[in-house]
Design a binder for this molecule. Structure first.
Ligand SMILES: *Cc1c(COP(=O)(O)O)cnc(C)c1O
Length: 399
């Protein structure tokens, strides 16, 4: 389907798909085949093929994965999309495809814990140097850039305290120095923010979260310009091999079809839950881009079309409430992950996050403590009735 002039909700359903030419099936097939029959003898190495190549082997490309990639590229307004076995595989592929020993990367201080650990671990052992900065502080970003900086890595809103980075401002600063910008937009989704339109060069998604949306398939995606992504596909995805299962691609594409509708409802329900928590006597702080009390509420209004469904809140004696939530909640699951139709909550103890995942300098750690206090409950508001979610929370924190 030509998807250039359609709106997001239509693209989410139709982009990348068309009725099966043989059977006229309306829903897409799942092509689980690992190999493809050749019309004539061809090369065996990916390097033997130039330009457009047929389907050869599913680690190289697969029609169902391609269907999902086309859909996601249409949603983000990207030239190209590569799917991966997980969000982490997509993140690792970008680092590996773009950077080499001696390069420097600037990374937001607060982000998904796995990303922090990847950059400190595997990237650092490959000789890639990193500087963590508070990317909401543009002077700090500017001061961190060196002649060897090859990438700025943002996450907005950032896990778990929902700090929002001004993507356009960072991209303008970076492009003056020819430095590309990558945005992990997992929490925003293209329904809230389109980083490429704001000047970013790469977008990363954990498809495990909102885009798949149902908590039943792990996957990741990297989006950006065609030429560099073709190189990352052939150099990294094919040979490191973190390819998405076509079955998961099919599940995730089915989830993506309802993404615009789900994001509206996630946002509307999260707003109600956030407002309930903000007036609760036992809650010390609520961080949600839809609340005027969010430190970057104005930026959120400019940069986010919907507020997404993830909020964080603090409570005095959080650890003991966490223990009670894990036993006493009836609807909300006490579990990691976000963006599912089921509501999920998890307590992130500040000192533990600082000593295991973030390992920040004293100054950055104190900025984190200002947001997070002794710890935050990260609540991913699902698609259940919001009044049932509020009752479920009240049953634990109201007592
Ligand atoms: C979950 C998540 C990831 C990692 O994705 P996986 O699919 O679990 O590998 C990366 N970034 C963010 C913001 C996430 O929430």
């Amino acid at each position: 389907m030509s998807s250039t002039n359609t709106k997001l909700a239509t693209k989410a359903i139709h982009a990348g798909e068309s009725p099966d030419p043989t059977t006229r099936a309306s829903a897409p097939n799942i092509v689980m085949s690992s190999t493809y029959v050749m019309d004539e003898p061809s090369g065996f190495s990916i390097n033997a093929f130039e330009g457009e190549r047929p389907y050869v082997y599913t680690r190289w490309d697969n029609p169902t994965n391609r269907m999902l990639e086309t859909k996601l590229a249409a949603l983000e307004g990207a030239e190209e999309c590569l799917s991966f076995a997980s969000g982490m595989a997509a993140s690792a592929a970008l680092l590996q495809g773009l950077l080499s020993s001696g390069d420097h990367i600037v990374v937001s201080d607060i982000h998904y814990a796995g990303t922090a650990e990847l950059i400190r671990g595997a990237a650092s052992s490959s000789g890639i140097e990193s500087t963590l900065v508070d990317t909401t502080d543009l002077d700090m970003v500017r001061d961190s850039l060196t002649a060897r900086t090859r990438l700025i890595w943002l996450e907005s809103p950032a896990n778990p305290i929902l700090k929002i980075t001004d993507i356009q401002a960072v991209a303008e600063m970076a492009h003056e120095r020819d430095i590309p910008v990558a945005v992990d937009s997992t929490f925003a989704t293209p329904c809230a923010t389109k980083p490429l339109e704001l000047g970013a060069d790469f977008v990363i998604h954990s498809l495990t979260k909102y885009i798949g949306g149902h908590g039943d398939a792990i996957g990741g995606a990297l989006l950006g310009a065609r030429e560099i992504l073709a190189k990352i596909r052939d150099d990294v995805r094919v040979h490191i091999g973190g390819v998405l299962s076509p079955f998961n691609a099919w599940l995730i594409a089915r989830g993506a079809a309802t993404l615009p509708l789900r994001m509206k409802q996630h946002s509307a329900s999260a707003q109600k839950v956030a407002e309930y928590l903000e007036t609760h006597a036992k809650v010390t702080r609520v961080l949600y881009p839809g609340l005027p009390s969010h430190p970057q509420y104005e930026l959120a209004r400019r940069q986010m079309a919907v507020n997404s469904g993830i909020l964080s809140f603090g409570m005095k004696d959080g650890a003991s409430y966490a223990a009670r939530m894990s036993n006493e909640l009836n609807i909300i699951h006490y579990a990691v992950s976000v963006g599912h139709h089921r509501s999920l909550v998890y307590f992130l103890d500040t000192e533990e996050m600082l000593s295991t995942a973030f390992l920040l300098s004293e100054e950055l750690a104190s900025r984190y403590r200002q947001y997070a206090g002794e710890g935050v409950f990260r609540l991913s508001v699902g698609l259940e009735d919001s009044s049932d979610l509020i009752d479920d929370l009240e049953g634990v924190i109201g007592k």
